[in-house]
Design a protein around this ligand. Structure first.
Ligand code: G3H
Ligand code: 13P
Ligand code: ZN
Length: 284
């Protein structure tokens, strides 16, 4: 199956009122775990690569691995750039075969973010590539931001509506209480904010920082309009926990495959659980 656009996956998710898992990948074992999970769960899936992943693995390797997986896959898959901040990288991804890109212009003032996002949308849509935009800053748990400061960072509903309508993005990331990285305390989601933006615009909303969000909140968010859930930290944790366990059990092991194969298996099972939670399992 060839890779499909994010828009294709989101339209189906919107109609079926579920969310699609967007899983970060940096290496072959993670790509294989994500795709095997999608096949076994009969789920559409988004494989996403950050600029850091591209720097680590190489753009050509990321695209080749994902295309190799897609060629054999029987479920629809999209390849998405996660948090693209650099115009040239976004263009390189489009050219290399990504079917979706995120432009993260959250560091700019609203007007400039809108203008820059619109430019990306114009180019990407001309060649059938989807775009995710971000309005309001989604921080990292490591940023050490006080709770009242974090509340002040939540995206104002009118800003989210204006941004979505002005830019024509296919998916909208905004700040509603989640953060990237491992939470020290469970996050407090502003579900009303999600509902207000989705009800007014119908925008497919993206939950960044999906790792460690309590299951009940994930379910409620999806009921209210979340259509894409980003998971990275939990994949890192699950994979490395098994790598550590294997190394501790067999400290003299010389074959990395003996360590990585069980870690890939653990990761696959973890991703399947997420697909069941998001409601995308059984939708392909
Ligand atoms: O949101 C960020 C993702 O978890 C990617 O992280 O830049 O370390 O690849 P990274
Ligand atoms: P986590 O690493 O917190 O799961 O966040 C992933 C993410 O939002 C990628 O864009
Ligand atoms: Zn993110």
């Amino acid at each position: 199956m060839t890779l499909v656009s994010l828009r294709t996956l989101l339209d189906a998710a919107q109609a079926g009122k579920y969310a699609i898992g967007a899983f970060n990948c940096n290496n072959m074992e993670v790509v294989q775990a994500i795709v095997a999970a999608a096949e076994e769960a009969r789920s559409p899936v988004i494989l996403q690569a950050s600029q850091g992943a591209i720097k680590y693995a190489g753009l050509d390797y990321i695209v080749s691995m994902v295309k190799a997986a897609a060629a054999k896959a029987t479920v629809p898959m999209a390849l998405h750039l996660d948090h693209g901040t650099d115009f040239n990288t976004i263009m390189a991804c489009i050219r290399a075969g990504f079917t979706s890109v995120m432009f993260d212009g959250s560091k700019y003032e609203k007007e400039e973010n809108i203008a820059r996002t619109k430019e990306i949308v114009k180019i990407a849509h001309a060649v059938g590539v989807s775009v995710e935009g971000e309005i309001g800053k989604i921080g990292g748990v490591e940023d050490d931001i006080a709770v009242d400061e974090r509340d002040a960072m939540l995206t104002p509903v009118p800003d989210a509506i204006e941004f979505y309508e002005a830019t024509g993005v296919d998916a909208l990331a905004m700040s509603f209480g989640t953060a990237h990285g491992p939470y020290k305390l469970p996050p407090k989601l502003d579900l009303d904010r999600i509902a207000a933006v989705h009800q007014k615009t119908g925008a497919p909303l993206v939950m960044h920082g999906g790792s460690g969000v309590p299951e009940e909140d994930v379910r409620k968010g999806i009921e209210l309009g979340i259509r894409k859930v980003n998971i990275d930290t939990e994949l890192r944790q699950a994979f490395l926990a098994e790598v550590r366990r294997q190394l501790a059990e067999r400290p003299d092991e010389l074959d990395p495959r003996k360590i990585f194969a069980p870690a890939r298996e653990v990761l696959k099972e973890h991703i399947k659980e997420k697909m069941r939670l998001f409601g995308c399992a059984g939708k392909a």
